[in-house]
Design a protein around this ligand. Structure first.
Ligand SMILES: [Zn+2]
Length: 63
């Protein structure tokens, strides 16, 4: 059913899809996975995002 090329990112703090920031990346020996979250979820827990995804924002200010 899914035909989108982008896979949904799951938030590590809540069950909602569409995480838009990365809050942690595992070391290679841990699997090298990147842990994603919503920006609001991360901020609510005092996490500083490692990086932010911008391609999924429908609107935004011009660069
Ligand atoms: Zn969340």
């Amino acid at each position: 059913m899914a035909t989108r090329t982008r896979r949904p990112r799951h938030c590590t703090y809540c069950p909602e899809p569409g995480a838009d920031v990365c809050v942690r990346s595992q070391r290679d020996e841990e699997g090298g996975a990147h842990i994603y979250a919503h920006r609001a979820c991360a901020e609510a827990r005092g996490k500083i995002p490692l990086y932010v995804f911008t391609e999924e924002q429908p609107t935004g200010v011009a660069p």
